[in-house]
Design a protein around this ligand. Structure first.
Ligand SMILES: [Zn+2]
Length: 452
């Protein structure tokens, strides 16, 4: 289906709004009789840096309020520690080994494009009559990588430099030009929290006095050695400032939804594609390991029919988002989806949740002694095994007693079997290598540490 074009005057108005007059966000919209869904993905947001997940800093008053009005999943896990495979799991409801959209072949390898033939969340809802839109802020989720399939409107700024302010503006303008009777599904992907950490004034001094006068990224030598370990706390301060900035703009987004009188018919979901390491296991950034700081993500649902002020211990995963949304909307879930409907009354308490897609050689930011190896992880209850494929190295953790994963245990045979079983998952998708990328895209990926 062709991309639907927003009228030119709308686009001009958005541009004008970014530079001079603030956008008018008070437009009224006749309430829909049905349901809408807004899926907000805050890239690189580890759950333990949100106040509602117990962080000692007040980084997230708006998100905390959303959690108070809905349900928060304490134990949500991403299916990969980096953007491309993780979003493919959100889009398809499949594990990484199943959809196969990842990077293969080490340093000289290449990324694979999301298979357009795989049933996806946006395409399923589009086929069910929903208006579908995406406001996306990174090239790995662009048309080149196949993530636009199933969207009527796909607004992707591949540079990663569009702010949450501009993204919220673009979404609210889109919202005002929707047909009043149509239900919609919208993905809002925000990239501000991703490195470099350089929050704008006044958020740069929210958690430290020196603000942007300090460094905003890790200083790495050519062989990946971290040259400024002493800056770790400052970088955490800046990371937290970015979270506060995003949180404040989400308040404006939610106000816009209330002003348009669609709050009573709109489900809002907040999550992230992966976390971020700040030297917990000797590395920085993400994409190179499967420890909790990189794969434990927030998951909050709020809207009509969602339990208010509820906290769930049910193990949740990003590939649950697709079946949960479809079931919530009364849309049939495609066959073979691996995730569960988290709102059903009988989700498994003890379920195995796999994560994979690690291709450490690719990442400049990867500081792992075992960076030559692919790895995967399986979590079941408090047990988590990390398997380094191609070796006989398996380490296990008890997440109840050792949530920071400092005490590696000998893996028990059952957990090893589960990891190997996951690794042998047959691929359902048929992802193809991406074509030649433009110099601009390659430059963006290199600047952000995705390629050397
Ligand atoms: Zn990401």
């Amino acid at each position: 289906m062709p991309i639907k074009l927003i009228p030119l005057f709308t686009i001009l108005a958005v541009i004008a709004g970014c530079t001079s007059t603030p956008p008018d966000t008070s437009g009224c919209r006749i309430p829909s009789n049905g349901k809408n869904v807004i899926l907000i993905i805050i890239d690189t947001l580890r759950s333990d840096h949100l106040s509602c997940f117990g962080y000692q800093r007040n980084t997230s008053p708006t998100i905390d309020s959303l959690a108070d009005s809905g349900t928060l999943w304490l134990n949500a896990q991403s299916q990969a520690p980096w953007t491309l495979p993780s979003h493919a799991s959100i889009w398809t409801g499949l594990s990484v080994k199943s959809h196969g959209t990842t990077h293969i072949g080490g340093v000289e390898g290449f990324d694979l494009q999301l298979d357009p033939q795989l049933p996806s969340l946006p395409a399923t809802l589009q086929n069910s009559g929903f208006q579908t839109s995406g406001f996306i802020n990174f090239v790995l989720l662009s048309e080149e990588f196949g993530f636009n399939h199933g969207f009527d409107w796909y607004d992707c700024d591949g540079s990663g430099e569009r702010t949450v302010t501009a993204t919220v503006d673009a979404f609210l303008y889109w919202l005002d030009y929707q047909a009043e009777t149509e239900n919609f599904f919208c993905v809002i992907h925000l990239f501000d929290v991703h490195a470099p950490y350089n929050p704008m004034v006044p958020y740069d001094t929210a958690f430290c006095s020196e603000g942007v006068d300090g460094v905003s990224r890790w200083d790495l030598s050519e062989n990946g050695k971290i040259l400024n370990i002493e800056d770790c706390q400052h970088l955490i301060d800046m990371y937290d400032g970015e979270i506060l900035y995003v949180d404040n703009e989400l308040s404006r987004l939610f106000s816009g939804i209330r002003q348009r009188e669609i709050a009573d018919s709109t489900l809002i979901i907040i999550t992230s594609d992966h976390g971020e390491e700040f030297l917990e296991h000797g590395g920085v950034g993400h994409g190179h390991a499967l420890y909790q700081e990189q794969i434990h993500v927030p998951l909050i649902l709020s809207g009509p029919g969602i339990n208010r002020g509820s906290i769930s211990n049910i193990p949740a995963a990003l590939y649950d988002i697709m079946p949960t949304i479809l079931s919530y909307l009364g849309v049939e879930v495609p066959e073979n989806v691996e995730g569960l409907d988290l709102l059903s009354h009988a989700p498994a308490q003890l379920r195995q949740i796999p994560s994979g897609g690690v291709s450490p050689d690719r990442f400049f930011l990867a500081m792992m002694s075992l960076s030559d190896f692919q790895s995967c992880a399986v979590t079941e209850g408090s047990k988590k095994v990390i398997a380094y494929m191609g070796t006989d190295r398996f380490i296990q953790f008890n997440l109840d007693e050792d949530p920071e994963e400092n005490i590696p245990l000998a893996a028990d045979s059952t957990m090893i079997e589960k990891a190997l079983f996951y690794w042998a998952t047959p691929r359902r998708g048929n992802p193809s290598p991406i074509g030649e990328l433009t110099d601009e895209i390659n430059s963006t990926l290199r600047d952000l540490g995705y390629i050397r």
